[in-house]
Design a protein around this ligand. Structure first.
Ligand SMILES: [Zn+2]
Length: 140
């Protein structure tokens, strides 16, 4: 955004930016580009302020709101943290139970395998005894 006009300081006529001097009175000179831009920005700010007036009361109310919001957020965060801690405790307990259950199942599986091995050994022993008996050999 750039200014397209400049206001003559002598007669206040709005001259096009191309005019180096006021085309009405000839007395006013075009301000420097920096001055034009600064004036243009100031005008824009004033227009924006006119569209959205912020009274001192509004400003106070706003800062009060922000302060309350901060307190609420902190409180909310505290509640969230408490729930997170609770959840974490639950998760740890569930995980511990899972580990215990896994270990219990592993112990059962180990016992089962031992029994299977034991039975296999017995079957093997019986087969050997049977073979010996068939050959007429006494094994016990
Ligand atoms: Zn002029």
């Amino acid at each position: 955004m750039t200014p397209t006009e400049w206001s003559c300081p002598v007669c206040t006529f709005a001259n096009p930016i191309a005019n180096g001097a006021c085309e009405i009175c000839g007395g006013g000179k075009r301000p420097s580009m920096a001055e034009l831009v600064a004036a243009f920005r100031k005008q824009k700010d004033e227009e924006a302020a006119a569209l959205n007036p912020v009274s001192e009361d509004d400003k106070k109310e706003e800062s009060k709101d922000t302060a309350e919001k901060k307190t609420t957020i902190t409180h909310e965060n505290m509640v969230r943290l408490k729930f997170l801690a609770l959840d974490l405790t639950k998760i740890i307990k569930i995980e511990q139970k899972r580990v215990f259950e896994k270990e219990r199942l592993e112990r059962l599986e180990k016992l089962r395998l031992e029994k299977v091995k034991e039975r296999e050994n017995k079957v093997e022993e019986l087969v050997i005894k049977h073979c010996f008996l068939k050959k007429g050999l006494k094994v016990w």
